[in-house]
Write a new protein. Structure first.
Length: 255
């Protein structure tokens, strides 16, 4: 079954993935530099990984050569190879949530670089429970990951090395979903909350549609319209574009 999933068509991947909606300008399995900030010497790379093409992100500070990893869902060797080409030093792994397609390479990278993993308290048990992280569904191999090193209990501002960012609680797709806002760079990693012309699924265990819409309205749509959204699947977008064009947010317009 697993080998079958690896060769599924793009359409079928969309149907079984952890999101719904339109999937545009996707290059299967290809790492892309999606943002570059010359003043801050910051580059952000998107790596679609695994059979569900979950986006991992590498945030690389060229001045300090430090790097953050967001949602390494699979293919740990591919991530390690990209980091090697950058000659960068990873500092931490940030998880937007603990569904299996976002955590599959966590232990490989954590052990290789000896770095901590950050996760919301509402999902701290999911890493070691395939029925919670969903890897016992879709015919996937069971994904079991060691406990997170740092448990996030509330929204906060955080500094790790040269990186300063805000942690936003954006539940709905899952109860412990987080978005990581890099305000100075105008960039938010939204996990599976908000996508290009779509939103996260809420028909999975512990998902809640109204909670997700509330998270998007109160936490994401209030960001500056030119804020780049780096989602868990599919291409990047902006807050302004989604506020104006996302068909799932029509009822939120004007509220």
């Amino acid at each position: 079954m697993y080998s079958f999933l690896l060769v599924l068509s793009r359409l079928t991947l969309l149907q079984i993935s952890f999101y719904i909606g339109i999937y545009d300008e996707v290059v299967y399995g290809k790492c892309r530099k999606i943002l570059s900030y010359k003043e801050e010497m910051m580059n952000i790379y998107q790596l679609p990984l695994g059979p569900l093409q979950t986006n991992a992100y590498l945030l690389h500070d060229e001045q300090t050569n430090e790097l953050l990893i967001i949602d390494p869902g699979s293919d740990g060797e591919q991530v390690i190879e990209k980091i090697r080409t950058l000659n960068a030093s990873p500092l931490a792994i940030l998880l937007t949530h603990a569904h299996f397609d976002h955590i599959g390479a966590v232990d490989k990278l954590r052990e290789h670089y000896q770095i901590p993993v950050y996760l919301h308290k509402n999902e701290e048990d999911w890493l070691q429970d395939s029925s919670l992280n969903g890897s016992n569904r879709f015919g996937m191999p069971e994904v079991i990951v060691k406990p997170a090193d740092v448990i996030i209990e509330s929204e906060q501002k955080k500094t790790i090395g040269s990186f300063s960012f805000e942690i936003l609680e954006t539940p709905g797709h899952s109860p412990g979903s987080l978005s990581y806002l890099f305000k100075d760079e105008g960039f938010v990693a939204s996990g599976d909350a908000l996508f290009y012309q779509s939103i996260g699924r809420t028909d999975l265990p512990f998902g809640d549609h109204e909670t997700l819409l509330q998270s998007i309205q109160q936490k994401l749509l209030r960001l500056p319209k030119d804020t780049i959204v780096a989602p868990g699947h599919g291409p990047k977008t902006t807050i302004g574009f989604e506020g104006d064009n996302n068909p799932f947010l029509t009822d939120l317009n004007g509220q």
